[in-house]
Design a protein around this ligand. Structure first.
Ligand code: HEC
Length: 198
């Protein structure tokens, strides 16, 4: 009996260990399959939102310069993002540590962490965060073209006086100036509701 338990115990232990690892691997695979679906979806939706916003801003710039375009950013952008959110069954917003719209400041630890990670050396890749049944997708936004500087660059040099006046009037606590081309500006945040697992 003693001999038996001596030889069987390690076997049992290794079996248990094996099944524990096996289960772990199985659920990690399931998570990564779900992750890749949401990574793809997040990429598509943010690309679409970006394209829609950019084309509306560019059109308004042509029609009436920065003052008209500011109106697109402050009034139209929200309803554009709302309708895209409905269409794609998620909630789309933009967040920034140097924000213009007061509502764009990170509202949670997860949002702040995502922004700090994108801003640092640790990672520019989009990331997913789970919060109960909510899945959040974050993707960095950069000052990717000189046109952005007309409203986010240096006052006097990039931002015209009339534009600056309008921005200060609408956003007295604006922190979204002083950027240079290529700078990290903020992030897209998409929030999906996951259906509870059976
Ligand atoms: C015509 C002026 C104008 C231009 C050009 C412009 N923006 Fe903005 N931007 C704004 C305004 C106004 C807001 C605040 C919108 C709001 O009220 O939600 C804003 C908000 C943002 C936000 C949301 C976070 C925050 O701080 O409120 C991001 C991100 C952003 N802009 C990035 C960009 C990028 C990148 C470009 C260039 C592709 C760009 N902007 C070009 C005026 C502009």
């Amino acid at each position: 009996m003693r001999l038996l338990s001596k030889s069987i115990l390690p076997l049992l232990a290794s079996l248990l260990l094996f099944s524990a690892c096996h289960n772990k691997r199985k659920s990690a695979d399931a998570i990564s399959a779900e992750d890749s679906v949401y990574m793809k979806k997040g990429d598509q939706v943010t690309k679409m939102a970006q394209a829609v916003l950019l084309s509306r801003v560019a059109m308004a710039m042509k029609e009436g310069g920065p003052p008209k375009a500011i109106n697109v950013c402050s009034v139209e952008a929200e309803s554009l993002l709302d309708s895209l959110s409905k269409e794609h069954e998620c909630s789309i917003s933009r967040i920034s540590l140097k924000n213009r719209n007061p509502k764009a400041y990170p509202a949670s630890r997860q949002e702040k962490e995502a922004l700090l990670a994108f801003d640092g050396q640790s990672g520019k890749q989009p990331r997913l965060v789970r919060k109960g049944h909510e899945l959040q997708y974050f993707k960095p936004i950069y000052i990717a073209m000189p046109a952005c500087l007309k409203c986010h660059g240096t006052e006097g040099a990039d931002i015209e006086q009339a534009t600056l006046r309008l921005i200060k009037e609408k956003y007295p606590k604006d922190r979204a100036r002083g950027y240079e081309n290529g700078d990290f500006r903020g992030a897209w945040k998409l929030s999906f509701q996951l259906s509870p697992k059976q």
